[in-house]
Each structure stands twice: as structure tokens, then as C-alpha cells.
Design a protein around this ligand. Structure first.
Ligand code: ATP
Ligand code: MG
Length: 366
């Protein structure tokens, strides 16, 4: 039972009781019950079906609300608990990358038939329940694809849980040829129960404020404890499970990922041959990144320094919150060597990223 899991977390002081969240959870519980009812019904023989009442219609759930209110947390709680095998949780951005890749391959191979229908069939073959985090539409091509794709997917029985900062009526607002997108909005409103999560506060901000610092230096015996506490605070004590992100067919492994929080070390991020595309992907997928063990960079570490600058630029431009443990103060990170002049921008950004106004900024997703 979802309410019970929530209650346990409250009792363990991992989260605060919030009636608005409970309301959303009730909708998710109903969805779970309906899904199971359907699956059980489907397993019956034709004869048994004849004598059983048809299960209730399944309503997908669309959760919208301001940042940090717990939409993703509730979705995760539901996702973990939901005993449906064919389930998938995906970040909207990653999903669109997959869609683009499919379209690319389709065109390259000059395949015949209806591309969107084939894509829908491919998705539906492995997924009954799709949990979609951070749904948003900014691009005309995406708007058109999404409309057609989800019309097919819903028709084939796919069920979704969506989180978004916008009510369906406000999706793709002011976008080019928006009238072509409106039928999709109406479809969303039809298949989903739309809930506005008006939680008590921006919990992400609250947790960030509760950290002693966000730029921890020097690296002393307490540094590991600082990282653990920060991770606990930001993920409601989630287990540290490694995560992956995919960039152009390459996989990047991160030490721990939970929802929109990632934990990784300097060496994982800046001592590997990663580049701008990888860092942009990170910045799009995560609202908060914890980077451990950033060393003072010597002249010989110019490549690492360059990568670190590119990483910080990507995080900064997307207003990703940064928590880190570092050997030295920002000004002492990279003082001499190739590009040390340009590195001053990185220093300045690192400092600004600690400021209250930066922390208050909204995560920007491409
Ligand atoms: N009731 C709560 N008590 C304490 N912490 C909470 C509570 N609900 C959520 N949090 C924490 O607040 C942070 C933000 O929650 P979450 O990521 O779910 O927000 P969101 O609504 O998805 O935000 P966004 O719109 O930016 O994606 C997370 O670290 C989450 O664990
Ligand atoms: Mg979220």
C-alpha cells in the first residue's frame, strides 16, 4: 500500500507529512489497483470473463505543480511499489532522445510503412505502464511527434504517469502552430486524471538550505560524512545505486543516481574522455549534482581543468544545483597552466553557484 510506505517514511523522519501529497498518492493507489484488476481479468479464460464483471476503466495520472513539491518522489514511490512487470520510468528528455534516434534510423534505412505506428508498437511491446518525468514540450517537431505517438499508444492501452510543471492546457504555450497540438492536449485530459500538487513548500530548496555548506573544503576526515549527509538529505535517504545516462549510444556510469539527483566523483566526470554533449546531458537530466573529490589542478592537469570548466558551464547554464567536496577554495583550483585565464570564469561561476539567488533559480531543460 502506497499510503503505508509514505507513512513509514514520515515516521522515520525521511520526509514530512504533507496532505497534498497524500491526495496524489491516493490517485496513484487507485491506478495501481485498477491496473492489477485489469491484468487479473486478462488472465481469465473467455468463459470466466463472461461471468466476471468487466474491470473499471484505467485512468492515467498527470501530476503537475511547482518545482520541488514532490512530484517525482511520489512517482518513484509508486513506480517502485507497483507490481506490474511491463513498467518503465523514464526522464522526458531521455525518452525524446530515443524517439529521435528511432526516427533517424528509420530514415537512414528508408524503412517502409508508418514510422510513428511502428515506434508505438515497439514501445508498447515492452511497456504497459510508462512513468514519464518532467514532461514538457518546447519544439514543434516534438510537439507533432508526441501527439501522433501518444494517440497510438493510448489506443493500444498504454497507461502513463506524468509529472510536469505545467497543466496540460499550458503545454507548448505560445508554440508555433500550437493549434495542431491542441488535440493531443484534449486527449491527455481525456485519458488522465489531472492533479495539481499544491504541497506545503519547495522541499528541494528546504533541503539545500539545510546543508551546512554546498562547497566543502578542504577534504578532511569529515568530507565523506558530508557527502553522505547531503545525499541522504536530498534523496530522503535513498540507497546509493549506480546510474547510467546515455549520450549518442555511449553510456556514462555515475556512482549513484536517485530521481533527479546524481552523485559522481571528479575522476569519473573529468578524468575520462567526456565532453560537452555528455555534460549537457547531465545538466538536462539532473537538478542536483554532487561531485566528490575535486583536486587542486596542477599545470599538468590542463585537460581535466578544461573538462571541469565545460562541466561547470553546462551545470551553470541549466541552473543545476552543485554540491561538492574540493581540496581548495575556488580561487586556488587552477592557478597556472593552459587556460588558467579562462578558468577564472569557472571560479566565478563556482562562487555564484553557492549564492542564494542561484539556488532559487529554476532548473533549465533544453
Ligand atoms: N514531504 C516531503 N518531505 C520532505 N522532503 C520531501 C517531501 N517531498 C519531497 N521531498 C524531497 O524534496 C525534493 C524535491 O522533490 P521532487 O524532486 O519530487 O520534486 P518535484 O516536484 O519533482 O520537482 P520538479 O518540478 O523540480 O521536478 C526531493 O529531494 C524529495 O525527496
Ligand atoms: Mg521532478
Amino acid at each position: 500500500m502506497l499510503l503505508k510506505i509514505y507513512q513509514e517514511q514520515v515516521e522515520q523522519n525521511h520526509i514530512q507529512h504533507d496532505p497534498a501529497q497524500l491526495q496524489v498518492l491516493q490517485h496513484l493507489q487507485n491506478l495501481q489497483d485498477n491496473l492489477l484488476e485489469h491484468l487479473q481479468y486478462e488472465e481469465k479464460s473467455q468463459l470466466q470473463k463472461l461471468f466476471s464483471p468487466a474491470p473499471n476503466e484505467i485512468k492515467s495520472v498527470y501530476i503537475h505543480g511547482d518545482v520541488g513539491r514532490g512530484k517525482s518522489m511520489l512517482m518513484d514511490l509508486f513506480y517502485e511499489a507497483c507490481p506490474v512487470e511491463q513498467k518503465r520510468r523514464v526522464h522526458f528528455h531521455a525518452f525524446m532522445l530515443e524517439v529521435h534516434e528511432f526516427v533517424h534510423q528509420w530514415r537512414k534505412q528508408k524503412s517502409e510503412g508508418d514510422m510513428i505506428l511502428s515506434l508505438a508498437e515497439k514501445i508498447r511491446a515492452s511497456t504497459l505502464l510508462l512513468c514519464f518525468d518532467e514532461f514538457h514540450v518546447t519544439d514543434i517537431a516534438d510537439a507533432m511527434i508526441l501527439g501522433r505517438l501518444f494517440t497510438q499508444l493510448f489506443a493500444s492501452g498504454l497507461v502513463v504517469v506524468i509529472t510536469s510543471n505545467r497543466h496540460p492546457n499550458n503545454l507548448y504555450l505560445g508554440g508555433l502552430q500550437r493549434d495542431l497540438f491542441v488535440p493531443f492536449i484534449n486527449l491527455l485530459l481525456e485519458v488522465c486524471i489531472t492533479v495539481d500538487l499544491v504541497a506545503k513548500e519547495d522541499y528541494r530548496l528546504k533541503h539545500l538550505h539545510e546543508l551546512k555548506t554546498r562547497y566543502y573544503f578542504p577534504i578532511d576526515t569529515q568530507a565523506d560524512a558530508f557527502i553522505q549527509n547531503s545525499y541522504d538529505e536530498l534523496t530522503a535517504f535513498a540507497a546509493k545505486e549506480p546510474g547510467k545516462i546515455c549520450v549518442k549510444g555511449r553510456e556514462i556510469t555515475l556512482a549513484a543516481v536517485h530521481g533527479d539527483v546524481a552523485l559522481s566523483s571528479f575522476s569519473e566526470l573529468c578524468e575520462q574522455p567526456l565532453g560537452s554533449a555528455d555534460y549537457l546531458e547531465l545538466a538536462n537530466e539532473f537538478t542536483t549534482i554532487i561531485i566528490t573529490d575535486i583536486p587542486k589542478l596542477s599545470v599538468a592537469k590542463r585537460n581535466e581543468a578544461k573538462r571541469f570548466s565545460t562541466l561547470i558551464d553546462a551545470l551553470y547554464e541549466h541552473k543545476v544545483k552543485l554540491i561538492c567536496t574540493v581540496e581548495v577554495a575556488p580561487q586556488e583550483l587552477y592557478m597556472q597552466g593552459d587556460g588558467s585565464f579562462e578558468f577564472e570564469r569557472t571560479v566565478s561561476r563556482l562562487i555564484e553557484m553557492q549564492s542564494e539567488s542561484y539556488i532559487l533559480g529554476r532548473h533549465i531543460v533544453d
